[in-house]
Ligand binder design. Structure first.
Ligand code: NAD
Length: 290
């Protein structure tokens, strides 16, 4: 069994991005600038945003964190998004999800200018990605594809089973894995909460992607010997062994599944860091497209 090390791979990619930024600046170009909007002070969202801001620093990007209270109205938030859309200095904009329930996520996503939508959530980007046209591909699926590619994992003709059909992970990764491309060409089965005989299907997977949002859901009896397993799940669980009082776990019961796999992503240090570098890559692309 080999670990698909997202932490190390992302470090390497950050060095590549930092080098490209230096070159752009040397040639008189503009420093990439990512803006993040954070509503409220949910612990997990704070952590994700601070990792994104720190990663911008590491590669030489500028970043702006725009904060709102939970009580912000939908109109106020959309007004700010439009301001950022019109700000020529900002290349990419992300809104950290989830946002409070009184605000429509759909309206917020659709307010972001597609050319600044470096999270790849806007319907235009999702549509273009689906058609195989140049687009901002959402960061987590793109990070998974890049990790498989960097480890030279054959996807062509393989049976890929995706558990989960969310708009940000399950759906886009299913499309990318089946796309006619070097990193696709797989035969894809999408499973979800209404799927019957789930174990029978997952056991056929050469590549199993778990994006369910339930800790330890994928057990050893669901996995074929020699499969490649990608664990997208992130769960904070209480721990008295860490300084923070919690540790991260995935959707896969790593201890019992790992021995059966040819490759597996750990949590933490697998898909998470790859998601952040994909966001950086999209921001760099947005800058270069100007
Ligand atoms: P979601 O809740 O939007 O979707 C979960 C999906 O799982 C749904 O489509 C549902 O049909 C399916 N599902 C639920 N119960 C099931 C069952 N019993 N059998 C089969 N399918 C079932 O979640 P999401 O936004 O896709 O996120 C999934 C997980 O990935 C979460 O833990 C989230 O925190 C994590 N995540 C991680 C990253 C990262 O960067 N690593 C990014 C996004 C999400």
């Amino acid at each position: 069994m080999k670990i698909l090390d997202g932490k190390e791979t992302s470090k390497q990619i950050k060095l590549e991005i930092a080098e490209e930024v230096k070159q752009i600046i040397r040639q008189g170009g503009k420093r990439p600038h990512l803006a993040a909007i954070l509503v409220g002070n949910d612990g997990a969202s704070e952590t994700y945003v601070s990792h994104k801001v720190k990663s911008c620093d590491q590669v030489g990007f500028e970043s702006s964190l725009i904060r709102f209270d939970n009580s912000v109205s939908e109109d106020e938030l959309i007004k700010k998004i439009k301001e950022v859309n019109d700000n020529q200095d900002i290349d990419g904009l992300i809104i950290q999800l989830p946002i409070p329930e009184h605000i429509s996520e759909e309206k917020i996503i659709e307010s972001v200018a597609p050319k600044k939508d470096v999270d790849g959530f806007h319907p235009i980007n999702i549509g273009r990605m689906t058609l195989g046209l140049p687009a901002f591909v959402s960061a987590t699926p793109q990070g998974i594809i890049e990790l498989l590619d960097r480890y030279n994992i054959e996807t062509s003709g393989k049976h890929c089973v995706v558990i989960g059909r969310s708009n940000i992970v399950g759906k886009p990764i299913s499309i990318l894995m089946s796309q006619k491309s070097k990193t696709g060409n797989a035969t894809v089965t999408i499973c979800h909460s209404r799927t019957k005989n789930l174990r029978k299907i997952t056991k056929q997977a050469d590549i199993l992607i778990a994006a369910i949002g339930k800790q330890g859901f994928v057990t050893a009896d669901m996995v074929k010997e020699g499969a490649v397993v990608i664990d997208v799940g992130i769960h904070r669980v209480k721990s008295n062994k860490t300084k923070t009082g919690w540790k991260l776990k995935g959707d896969v019961l790593f201890e019992e599944v790992a021995p059966k796999c040819s490759y597996i992503t750990p949590v933490p240090g697998g898909v998470g860091p790859m998601t952040i570098v994909s966001l950086l890559k999209n921001t760099l692309l947005a800058t270069k497209q100007k």
